[in-house]
Ligand binder design. Sequence first.
Ligand SMILES: [Cu+2]
Length: 65
Amino acid sequence: MKSITIKGMSCQHCVMAVTRALNGIEGLTRVEVDLETGKATFEETKPVEMETIVAAVRKAGYDVA
Ligand SMILES: [Cu+2]
């Protein structure tokens, strides 16, 4: 399981948007995003570049710490 910290989330809608963005990346599974901690955890079914993840999060309107 990998973990990243998302910046800019303020409500459950943000959590859903980030979750959707991460779920949209091929190779990521078991995505869970926690509003309190700002942590997003996931597993990889194949290696995914961190740049790909950061790009998807930014496209959704958030950032990775
Ligand atoms: Cu929100």
